[in-house]
Design a protein around this ligand. Structure first.
Ligand SMILES: [Zn+2]
Ligand SMILES: [Zn+2]
Length: 251
């Protein structure tokens, strides 16, 4: 038989639980607005989302890279793949390798809980880029349907911060994505290329411009290649790509 004490116990445990839920929500909200504990290890990180040790430990690319596709290549010369079949972009830069624990950070960012990481990501991307001479910044656009379901375009959140850091015009409306492509993960390179062929339409006149294309992750490069082809079709003289992270193994 239930007693008054049992009811009080249940009420207390419920209120404890709702307090814990409230405290958890408040802590998450505070962390997003003003991060003060490291996203990865939970240690102190000041006003940054990652502590120094975790930031240092993120997977980086080696020094010798192909100047065109940005993948590891001996002596920094164009790799065999770029010599055989040059992409539509001229140069590529990435801040990190898309591997754990950076992958988890990117996924948190793309799903919204790690939204506070965006300024930090953009700073890392700006450092990886250095001085490239671009004169405008264009993000890889999302299809309107996907934009509605996600609520934001991760590439655009990065590109507008990169543009602000570099003091360059940000052109998020310059290119539209007309076809909602399926997820390219799991497709081989050739299938990726055909999946993104003709999906972009450039609305802007880019005659003579050096366009910096921005995305969160570069896998095979098929999406950025298709986008570069599209902006070249509207007169872009040079195209550089910049991503937060890229995969090293391309199927
Ligand atoms: Zn840490
Ligand atoms: Zn290459």
């Amino acid at each position: 038989m239930k007693t008054a004490g049992d009811d009080r116990g249940i009420a207390e445990s419920l209120s404890n639980r709702s307090f814990r839920a409230f405290a958890y929500g408040a802590r998450r909200a505070l962390t997003m607005l003003w991060p003060h504990s490291c996203f990865l290890c939970g240690g102190r990180s000041g006003a940054l989302p990652l502590c120094g040790a975790c930031a240092q430990g993120l997977p980086r690319l080696p020094a010798a890279l192909c100047p065109i596709c940005g993948l590891p290549a001996s002596a920094g010369l164009p790799c065999g793949r770029c010599q055989r079949r040059p992409p539509a972009f001229d140069a590529s830069f990435a801040a990190y390798v898309y591997a754990s624990p950076l992958r988890e950070l990117v996924l948190a960012f793309k799903h919204g809980q790690g939204f506070g990481l965006a300024p930090w990501f953009a700073t890392a991307m700006g450092s990886a880029l250095g001085i490239c001479g671009a004169d405008c910044v264009v993000p890889v656009p999302l299809h309107p349907r996907r934009m509605r379901s996600r609520g934001f375009n991760p590439a655009c959140e990065l590109s507008r911060r990169v543009a602000a850091t570099l003091g360059l015009p940000h052109l998020p409306q310059a290119v539209l994505r007309e076809v909602d492509t399926p997820h390219l993960a799991g497709l081989r390179s050739r299938a990726r290329r055909s999946a993104v062929r003709g999906v972009f339409r450039c609305e802007a006149d880019l005659t003579g411009r050096h366009v910096l294309l921005v995305d969160d992750v570069m896998t095979s490069g098929a999406t950025l290649d298709a986008l570069a082809r599209c902006v070249r079709g509207r007169g872009a003289a040079r195209v550089t790509t910049l991503v937060l992270a890229r995969t090293l193994r391309v199927r």
